[in-house]
Design a protein around this ligand. Structure first.
Ligand SMILES: [Zn+2]
Length: 340
């Protein structure tokens, strides 16, 4: 089968790989219907994460189940399924508390490389959610978004306690940040401030429910958020980048007693203890437990209440994955969808 493999920074190739098989009786193998390139894949592409050996890429996927192991009882061949980047049993104490991405049996699904024609999904019964019937073609981008970016943006908004009567600010205008705007809107936030310098992304943020746009960054961005909130800062701030600057921008944009939901994968972030102590903000985040939200998000998509698939502004055949990475790296695309 064909799959995308990174060989070195800037060097993604689509090449022949071994077709995955059932290894454990709790596995499923799916035929990938759509996959995509994640902002976090760019950390590898840009050489910020070291690439030490050729590595299969991709951890966002929707597909049709081809085969299941002997112990899989809920998921059946032929079903259209959505899963997330961590496999989880969905039964342990941590899963039942809603933190499936820290499941005691978690496995990284992306290790198999979802930007490929087939994918092995461990713990299939706990990890995958099937749609009641095969979705129509136009819903596939939105269902794919639920696999990671939507679920991650949603968790960011939930962790930031977005809700009625609250002002939510979102730091980061990548697909996750934009979908955190959509989530905040769905959760009933009164005012949503999107922090973005890019016109196309501002436009999408407004479509998703942003009421204000702040183009300033760093301390100037913080000052602007305070200006918009009577000098207090936002109740809820979603951090969707993962750098020192974005994390501090998020913390400083939050009012005392407010909440930061941080979902950008942290790279070199160091928190100043004394400033944090006096800030009185709550911090909650981490790898999103997308599985917690999947049933609800799939319902919202199938009922056409939300259209998160709009974040995909480039669709390419799988064999052009290298171009998809390049377009995202050069910010010519917000997010690229790949069709095997
Ligand atoms: Zn678990």
């Amino acid at each position: 089968m064909l799959g995308a493999v990174i060989h070195a920074p800037g060097d993604v190739r689509v090449e022949e790989r071994d077709t995955p098989k059932i290894i454990h009786p709790t596995d499923a193998v799916i035929r990938t219907v759509a996959a995509c390139v994640c902002g976090s894949d760019l950390w590898d592409y840009r050489g910020i994460n070291p690439v030490t050996a050729p590595t299969p890429m991709g951890h966002e996927y929707v597909g049709v189940v081809e085969e299941v192991g002997d112990q899989v009882t809920l998921i059946k061949p032929g079903q259209f399924v959505i899963g997330s980047f961590f496999a989880s049993d969905n039964t342990c104490e941590i899963c039942r508390a809603g933190y499936q991405s820290s499941c005691v049996h978690r496995e990284y699904v992306g290790a198999g490389g979802a930007q490929a024609e087939r994918l092995r999904v461990p713990l299939a019964d706990g990890t995958l959610v099937a749609t009641p019937e095969p979705p129509t073609e136009d819903l596939i981008p939105s269902l794919l978004a639920a696999s990671d970016v939507l679920g991650t943006g949603w968790f960011g908004a939930v962790a930031a306690e977005a809700g009625p009567g609250r002002t939510v600010a979102v730091v980061g205008d990548g697909a996750v940040g934009l979908l955190a705007v959509l989530a905040a809107r769905q959760l009933g936030a009164e005012r949503i401030i999107a922090m973005s310098r890019h016109e196309d992304r501002q436009k999408l943020a407004v479509e998703f429910g942003a009421t204000d746009i702040v183009t300033e960054r760093g301390d100037e961005g913080v000052a602007k958020v305070k200006e918009l909130t009577g000098g207090l800062g936002a109740h809820s701030v979603v951090e969707a980048v993962g750098t020192q600057e974005s994390m501090m921008q998020a913390i400083r944009s939050t009012r005392p007693g407010g909440h930061v939901g941080y979902v950008g994968v942290a790279h070199g972030v160091q928190l100043p203890g004394e400033e944090l102590f006096y800030s009185h903000v709550h911090l909650h985040g981490g790898p999103a437990p997308v599985r917690r939200f999947l049933p609800q998000l799939i319902d919202l998509i199938l009922s056409r209440t939300i259209d998160p698939g709009k974040v995909f502004d480039l669709t390419l055949p799988l064999d052009q994955a290298a171009d998809a990475y390049k377009a995202m790296d050069e910010r010519r695309a917000i997010k690229a969808l790949l069709r095997p």
